[in-house]
Design a protein around this ligand. Structure first.
Ligand code: GP9
Ligand code: MN
Length: 642
């Protein structure tokens, strides 16, 4: 009889070897940014968790030879996945996604240069697979185990436990990782390459199936709705005032409306923006709402470029970055505009690179276009002042007219700022977030002022219009106590919470002289039609949900992504209908007029708009989920129109 010895099953050995290899690749071959110890820890753990998940499956094969075969082949296949991602990464600084693999032109680009991307030492990536292969052949008898129920249960529960532990840590490090932070680097960093691929596969099949079943027959209904309920019937007086001018759009990170005109510790928070409010060349919209969902900055970009709503779950930039759109860059290209986004962050963040291709953007100046050092960075990266300064050379070299978007970064949660950049002192409350918000807003304000000066010096100012928009709120409801103290209110009610979604919007037209403050209810959905109208571009058959901000007969309400809305008269949130001017609950109409109301006995003055809001949001969702614009030939329709 053979001596009974303690045997380590091959799947455990394989998990350790493969886990270690993957960790080395993550750490030293991909350029993954690690900001703190926790991230280091997660990055170290997740390769082993994934490896265990993969190899522990072998316990379900009863025959030792099958077990061994499974381990051999999976070790090679998964090593190949790591290798393929590495080669792809060397070219694109990004991880492979399924849409890219199947239909992107990325892969064809890669095709020609693939040999230059493979290094001789890449063969080492298969070391573990080779060892596993060897052991599985030579040591089958010692390393294979006849698993009893207990062994199987152990492997399965261990797999699930490790996975749950990994996800828990990841969620702690990056809350709402799966729904909010759709950056591929974040996903890989937190849950590993393989779980990321599974996630990508799930998202991809879900969106693909919705796309597959769509046939575009809903388009006429949507168009009718828009004709009747959305589009303004008359051109505004501002139509064409900026014809042929450059458009410089500043997406001001987390700048919220409540700071404009306010002071902290006796100091103005936004002296430059305050000056703009009074400026005769500037229109200031003080009743302008952000309408973003979980996609935050990217959602605000989506709203501006398309005048469609972002999605209620996830970031549309990520989930539907490959759709057909009919966005500003595409329309402006027909008018010989050159379009670019300048943003000093990783190009795959929010899948910007993917979405920008779909929007037909001509060029994206991402972090690679900037000189970023420890000295000129804080928090999320390059500080706004050097960012604007370094951007000017690109603007100067750009073909005119251009449509450019600048996205600032310094005023991003958690609002870090170097001492030397602090012009005002933090606030003093129980919320450090709110306290530190003011100095970073002030920094952004100064950076924008400097940018205006750069534009003047570069001779670009006169021929441009400059739009500044806050992308979304910076201070969430978690800081309501501190916020109510700052606003000198007893509490922040649901009504106030919606009012806090206001972000500033400035439209600055050098030499115009007729600027004023406009207080009609408006939102990010309105920018596309507004910009087109200012530039004197008409596109009667375009499909969108906003209105020209300067038009007289606007639709009169702004839908928020969660179905809440603000109208000229009412504000609807959390199932309540308020008088928008007083903040008091609006009177419930006693007399029931419809069947449904007859059963509940009441109807609210908000009902009529609420219905429209719901319909509008669902039309917009259907356009995105079904990728319906692939059934519309906007160019042809424009021809017919002429
Ligand atoms: C990142 C920047 C911030 O590039 O746009 O994104 P956010 O977290 O505000 O959506
Ligand atoms: Mn943002």
């Amino acid at each position: 009889m053979r001596k009974k010895q303690a045997r380590i099953p091959l799947y455990i050995i394989a998990s350790l070897l493969f886990g270690l290899k993957t960790y080395i690749v993550y750490r030293f071959m991909f350029n993954i940014e690690l900001d703190n110890r926790m991230q280091e820890l997660i990055l170290f753990i997740n390769p082993f968790v994934s490896a265990f998940l993969i190899f522990a499956v072998s316990v379900w094969f009863n025959k030792p030879s099958r077990q061994m075969k499974y381990l051999r082949y999976t070790a090679f296949i998964f090593s190949f996945i790591v290798f393929a991602n590495l080669v792809f990464y060397r070219q694109f600084t990004d991880f492979i996604t399924l849409p890219q693999l199947f239909m992107g032109s990325n892969m064809t680009d890669l095709g020609s240069s693939i040999l230059t991307l493979i290094k001789p030492y890449d063969i080492l990536l298969f070391t573990d697979a080779a060892i596993i292969w060897y052991l599985s052949k030579k040591k089958e008898s010692t390393l294979s185990v006849q698993y009893l129920k207990r062994g199987k249960a152990f492997a399965l529960s261990m797999s699930l436990l490790l996975l749950a532990g990994n996800f828990f840590l990841a969620e702690m490090e990056r809350p709402q990782l799966f729904t909010r932070a759709f950056d591929r680097e974040y996903l890989v960093k937190n849950i590993g390459l393989f779980n990321y691929h599974v996630y990508d596969l799930v998202i991809h099949s879900k969106t693909e199936s919705q796309r597959v079943f769509a046939d575009g027959n809903e388009i006429p209904e949507i168009k009718d709705y828009i004709e009747e309920n959305v589009k303004v019937t008359e051109k505004s007086d501002m139509f064409g005032v900026a014809e042929g001018k450059n458009v410089i759009f500043i997406n001001a990170e987390s700048v919220q409306g409540f700071v404009v005109g306010k002071e902290v510790n006796g100091q103005e928070i936004t002296p430059f923006l305050n000056k703009l409010v009074e400026d005769e060349d500037t229109y200031y919209f003080d009743n302008f709402f952000e309408q973003t969902g979980q996609g935050k900055t990217s959602d605000s970009e989506f709203l501006v470029e398309n005048s469609l709503y972002p999605l209620s779950r996830g970031a549309v930039f990520f989930t539907h970055g490959g759709n057909e759109y009919h966005a500003l860059p595409e329309i402006l290209k027909e008018e010989d505009y050159f379009s670019a986004v300048l943003h000093a962050n990783n190009k795959s963040f929010w899948n910007r690179d993917g979405m920008y291709r779909s929007l037909n953007l001509d060029h994206f100046y991402s972090d690679e276009a900037y000189e970023i050092t420890d000295e000129n960075s804080v928090g999320w990266g390059l500080k706004d002042k050097p960012y604007f300064e370094q951007s000017i050379k690109y603007l100067q070299a750009m073909e005119q007219p251009f449509y450019t978007k600048f996205i600032t970064l310094t005023n991003h949660f958690p609002f870090e700022l170097d001492e030397e950049d602090k012009s005002i002192e933090p606030y003093d409350s129980n919320s450090n977030t709110l306290n530190n918000y003011f100095p970073t807003v002030r920094y952004a304000d100064e950076a924008m002022e400097e940018f205006f000066d750069h534009l003047k010096q570069a001779g670009l100012y006169e021929d441009s219009i400059i739009i500044i928009m806050g992308d979304h709120i910076g201070i969430s409801a978690n800081h309501n106590r501190a916020m109510s103290m700052f606003l000198d209110k007893e509490e922040i009610t649901p009504y106030d919470q919606v009012q806090l979604l206001k972000v500033p919007l400035f439209i600055h037209i050098p030499g115009h002289g007729k600027g004023e403050t406009i207080s009609t209810v408006s939102g990010q959905i309105d920018l596309k039609p507004t910009i087109l109208s200012l530039l004197g571009i008409e596109h009667k058959n375009d499909i969108y949900f906003g209105n020209d901000l300067f038009a007289k007969n606007r639709k009169g309400y702004i839908a928020l992504r969660n179905g809440d809305f603000v109208s000229d008269d009412y504000l609807s949130t959390a199932g309540m209908c308020y008088d928008v001017h007083t903040g008091e609950l609006a009177d419930v109409e006693e007399e029931a007029t419809s069947e449904e109301e007859a059963t509940t006995g009441t109807s609210s003055p908000c009902d009529e708009i609420a219905e429209k809001v719901e319909l509008e949001l669902s039309y917009s969702d259907n356009i995105i989920y079904g990728d319906l614009f692939r059934f519309v030939d906007f160019a042809e329709e424009k021809q017919v129109e002429k």
